[in-house]
Design a protein around this ligand. Structure first.
Ligand SMILES: NC(=O)C1=CN([C@@H]2O[C@H](COP(=O)(O)OP(=O)(O)OC[C@H]3O[C@@H](n4cnc5c(N)ncnc54)[C@H](O)[C@@H]3O)[C@@H](O)[C@H]2O)[C@@H](O)CC1
Length: 483
């Protein structure tokens, strides 16, 4: 598992650490790690010696890191130029080190650079980039490297222009090929549109770990976590002990949602899938292993319910939702079931003892919460989780999972190809299967989003992706993941 920490917590840890270290130690560690990564990039693209390196240097310590790293590259024979955004407020010792190593300053953006270091602003940024910095960032696309291609950009700590604690990108911002961050990851590296601006994120250890005692702002699961959590049958398992998931999905109008949620559930770890709804005949025809009935009330025992995808919002749908919420079982509500919660009609059922998971996209979130997720998607998901006492999975490029207890996760495997009709139904079925197999709801949500994302990516290798392709790709993804 990876963790990202808020700026205030990073600052507090740095303060604790600096008490025990000579002045400037952390900056030297940061600059050394940064220079190492830059040298590797340059080595891959023709060598450090003679390479033209452009430093974009802001007025804070982020600029200081950049100048010291530039000095180290200059010592290895790179031609290093620094463009200072506010020369009167530059990190003086950093600039002296650069000059001493043979680097110098320029006042205009050159036309050629083999590598650009973005040290305009780091975790000290407030608000969107100011006009001169924004103009500089816009002009970067015109820079060419020795191979004629766009000059690669390394962001120092974070790409300038992103909101570090929320992952929002309020205006112009650097798009980096690599982001070298110090001490720990920050939310901008893993959530929101900022994450896509970071390129590859590399962490330089500056000794922060032992003093970073705050709870992480957001966690990111890795393949090993998912493999460790995913329920697998043992020698004594039978179809019931593996869990049975119930699906109250689809309708006469949307029978496809029933089929897709069933496909998702069948790819999950449960031993049996039960379907309850008006598409029961179609479901059994397509998936003979499913036990189907027309109503929730007529369905045999299950260990978790999925309700909503394509269910509709009529009285029949209301009855089914009520039946599902009245159980003492884990319940996942998706799509129409979320819409049916609007207005508080089922409010008394939200304070249930058994787990509840909600999987809204932005529109459903907005209907339920009364406002759009906005720039801080983590905070928005966390507020809805507290309000509904549910684990909330807010869909997006970096899907967020938030718990009522304040834990937040970001999914790293998302892909634009998942923005296709019915893909959410597959996710709901898969997640429901994990709940029925006994996974705690937060792990079920995180693992389902992770595998669903990988399935989308895998399906995309064969061309344009539809929801059945995503469902079909879950099995090969799991085969690889679970070894
Ligand atoms: N504090 C520490 O112990 C360490 C800090 N390090 C570096 O220090 C950075 C933080 O340094 P600072 O606190 O000096 O802050 P920054 O260098 O990130 O930014 C502050 C400066 O940027 C300007 N600025 C703020 N918002 C702006 C905006 N929207 N547009 C344009 N300019 C803006 C401000 O005028 C200020 O001078 C980190 O990101 C990291 O690179 C590293 O050296 C590691 C150790």
């Amino acid at each position: 598992m990876r963790q990202a920490f808020r700026v205030a917590d990073v600052r507090a840890a740095e303060k604790t650490l600096m008490v025990t270290l000579p002045d400037g130690t952390l900056m030297q560690r940061a600059a050394a790690g940064l220079a190492r990564r830059c040298a590797l990039l340059l080595t891959d693209s023709g060598g450090v010696y003679g390479a033209r390196v452009l430093l974009l240097v802001g007025s804070g310590d982020n600029g200081g890191d950049t100048l010291y790293a530039g000095a180290l590259l200059a010592k290895r024979g790179a031609q290093v130029r620094a463009l200072l955004l506010q020369p009167e407020r530059v990190h003086l010792a950093g600039l002296a080190a650069l000059r001493q190593a043979g680097g110098f300053t320029v006042v205009d953006l050159p036309t050629r650079a083999d590598l650009v270091l973005d040290g305009i602003v780091g975790i000290g940024a407030s608000g969107g980039l100011r006009p001169p910095a924004a103009a500089l960032v816009r002009a970067l696309g015109g820079l060419r490297a020795r191979n004629g291609e766009r000059a690669p950009v390394v962001a120092v700590d974070v790409p300038s222009g992103v909101s570090v604690d929320t992952g929002d990108v309020p205006g112009d911002a650097v798009t980096a090929d690599v982001t070298v961050t110090f001490g720990c990851r920050k939310p901008a590296h893993v959530v929101g549109p900022a994450a896509a601006r970071c390129g590859q994120v590399e962490l330089v250890d500056i000794g922060l770990g032992p003093v970073l005692v705050a709870d992480p702002a957001v966690r990111v699961a890795e393949a090993a976590d998912i493999a460790a959590w995913w329920p697998v049958p043992g020698t004594t398992s039978d179809k019931y002990t593996r869990g049975v998931v119930g699906l109250a999905t689809g309708s006469a109008r949307y029978p496809g949602a029933a089929l897709l949620s069933t496909s998702g559930a069948l790819a999950g770890p449960t031993g049996m899938v039960r379907y309850a709804g008006s598409a029961h005949r179609e479901v059994v025809r397509a998936h003979p292993s499913v036990v189907a009935a027309p109503k929730v009330a007529a369905t045999g025992r299950v260990q978790a319910w999925v309700c909503g995808s394509g269910l509709g919002t009529d009285d029949g749908a209301r009855t089914e939702l009520r039946s599902v919420l009245a159980t003492a079982l884990p319940v996942l509500l998706d799509a129409d079931a979320i819409t049916l919660l609007v207005g508080g009609e089922h409010a008394e059922h939200l304070r249930r003892d058994a787990p509840l998971v909600l999987t809204p996209h932005d529109g459903e979130f907005t209907r339920l919460a009364g406002e759009a997720p906005g720039a801080d998607r983590m905070a928005a998901a966390a507020r809805l989780a507290v309000w509904t006492n549910a684990v909330v999975l807010l869909k997006g490029d970096r899907t967020i999972v938030a718990t009522p207890g304040g834990e937040t996760w970001a999914n790293p495997t998302g892909s634009a190809v998942l923005a296709t009709a019915g893909s959410g139904d597959v996710l709901a079925g898969l997640l429901g299967s994990l709940l029925a197999a006994g996974l705690p709801p937060v792990r079920a949500a995180v693992a389902a989003a992770y595998v669903h994302g990988l399935a989308g990516r895998r399906a995309a290798l064969d061309g344009p992706v539809t929801a059945p392709d995503v469902a079909a790709a879950v099995r090969p993804v799991l085969a690889e993941l679970l070894g």
